[in-house]
Design a protein around this ligand. Sequence first.
Ligand code: KMT
Ligand code: NI
Length: 182
Amino acid sequence: MVRAWLFDGVPGDQRLPHKREGSQEISLEKLAELGVLYLKLDADNYEDDGKLAQIRSERGYNYSDQITLSPEKLPNYEQKIKNFFEEHLHADEEVRFIVDGSGYFDVRDTSNQWIRIELVKGDLITLPAGIYHRFTLDSNDYIKAVRLFKGEPVWTPINRPADEHPARVDYLSHHPIAISAK
Ligand code: KMT
Ligand code: NI
């Protein structure tokens, strides 16, 4: 089951869990309210069991590739890891199926607090277009993920502030943020 918690905001190594003291686990329902979808698949058997194929056809993810993030596999590793951790949004969904390794997505909740979502092998996560988020590896420094996309892939991050971006405006029209948190 997905594990998610409030990020503690304490400066230091982004790869550590940063679980806020006293933070309760955040439920799938709460993530769904933010438009974040989470599914568990069998990462050892997904090419044969048909479940990923079904999700791809239902949701129109006709594009797919695989990326590996590790100091050995990723050119310009430290810089890329920094860029992933800059708060940003995309004009489209960000869909990742973790086939090996682990990491964290942080997403902003409706009070503008960071929720840290742990990603491990078998997790499929969909972040909606327009949600502010960031990604980091954990201390294992290794993740392998299938990237899914509808149509020609666009991976461009749009760093915050991007409040006028159409994807942001559309996101907020479905997932209103508390005025005090804007
Ligand atoms: C991204 O765009 O943030 C990434 O591809 C990194 C995360 S992959 C689990
Ligand atoms: Ni992103």
